[in-house]
Design a protein around this ligand. Structure first.
Ligand code: ZN
Length: 380
């Protein structure tokens, strides 16, 4: 069970015990209990001068760290912005709108957005670890968007529980723009770099392998009739794949086929509608758009945390139930403060296949030019 803990920053220094060494190379990094350390003074943060932050030293590796090493706001100059920016990012605000509202630089919002994405990714990975057995089918579809220009398309494979509406996993599939292109678009200067071939099949296969880890028996998957899905499900054993083709709609068409498809795919269709509605860069007819595939994926992770832990299944009926409560990993709806109460460490979790590539920002968008990876030594 995932229970929210009080935020690390607010805990009394004399009662706080660091649970493990924060350094990934140390043998006590993965320790569960009995971590050996000693106190090593204290310091005050420039952003919070009234509060003393205790320092510690690990007795195994001898390296120093502090109480802040276990907070999501480690190394932050404006920690008070964290929860507010998370809430505004899933409320349809673009980075510059948030910066104007909160009185900070737009680049601060961009940086905090990446940090929130990483923290969300780790929370989702921990949630998957907590799920022992899944007793429901999955609705699967790729959410279509673009990064940098409309030539660089990005599909995000999303898997939603058919009963719980829990977002289990996601995986990117960058691909080339389909359809005819104008003479201007065909010039080499505007031509995008070729995406990896068969990215849909690979993305779907990765998703199925993650689902296999939480479904000991058969994986029941409902999807539309995208050829890549049939191809991928054939390559992974024990997958029961039900295909619901997208039927023609309008006057003279059979409404039963459309009704059956909509009922089976409703959980994932609803998630895609929420994404279009709640994140500024996914809107139709907007001047906000994603610049980097990696940033889009980080914001998707943030959205998945909001959908799974914070947003109620239905807001119309005033029923305080979240998808995470339906899956049985939380007892009550969470707030952003609960979700960001403590820092999680990637090496202590079993990250689903492909998620470390997102964490390290290795989904490169060639058109942008400079793609800075997340390779920090101290704040990884
Ligand atoms: Zn250590």
């Amino acid at each position: 069970m995932l229970d929210p803990c009080p935020p690390i920053e607010g805990r009394r220094p004399d009662r706080y015990r660091p649970p493990h060494c924060p350094w990934a190379e140390c043998p006590s990094h993965g320790t569960v209990s009995g971590f050996r350390y000693k106190r090593d003074g204290a310091y005050r943060r420039a952003c919070d001068p009234l509060r003393k932050v205790p320092r510690y030293r690990c007795k195994i590796c001898g390296r120093g760290f502090s109480k802040q090493s276990f907070a999501v706001s480690y190394f932050m100059k404006r920690p008070e912005l964290l929860a507010t920016i998370a809430a505004l990012l899933v409320a349809g605000c673009a980075h510059r709108q948030i910066a104007r509202t909160l009185g900070c630089a737009p680049s601060t919002v961009t940086r905090i957005s990446a940090r929130l994405g990483r923290a969300s990714l780790l929370l989702l990975a921990e949630a998957l670890e907590q799920i022992e057995f899944v007793d429901e089918g999955f609705a699967f579809d790729h959410f279509e968007t673009f990064v940098y220009s409309q030539d660089d398309r990005l599909g995000i494979g999303t898997t939603v529980g058919q009963q719980s509406w829990f977002v289990y996993t996601f995986d990117p599939a960058p691909h080339r723009r389909a359809g005819r292109r104008s003479a201007l678009r065909r010039t080499p200067r505007n031509a995008p770099a070729a995406p990896p071939p068969a990215s849909y099949v690979r993305s779907t296969s990765r998703v199925l392998r993650v689902l296999k880890t939480i479904c000991p028996g058969y994986v029941r998957l409902a999807s539309d009739d995208h050829p890549a899905y049939r191809h991928a499900t054939r390559s992974v054993p024990d997958v029961v794949h039900r295909v619901y083709p997208n039927p023609p709609r309008g006057p003279g068409c059979d409404p039963r086929a459309a009704h059956e498809r909509d009922r089976a795919m409703f959980p994932v269709d609803l998630l895609h509608k929420l994404l279009r509605h709640s994140q500024a860069h996914h809107r139709r007819e907007t001047i906000a758009f994603g610049r980097r595939a990696n940033a889009v994926l980080e914001r998707f992770a943030l959205m998945a945390v909001w959908r799974n832990f914070i947003k109620h299944v239905t807001e119309r009926r005033h029923e305080p139930t979240t998808p995470a409560m339906r899956v049985g990993i939380t007892r009550s709806p969470w707030s952003w403060t609960d979700a960001l109460a403590q820092r999680r460490f990637p090496w202590r979790l079993s990250m689903p296949e492909g998620w470390m590539k997102i964490y390290r920002r290795r989904w490169i968008t060639p058109a942008v030019g400079i793609n800075r990876l997340h390779d920090l030594k101290y704040a990884f």
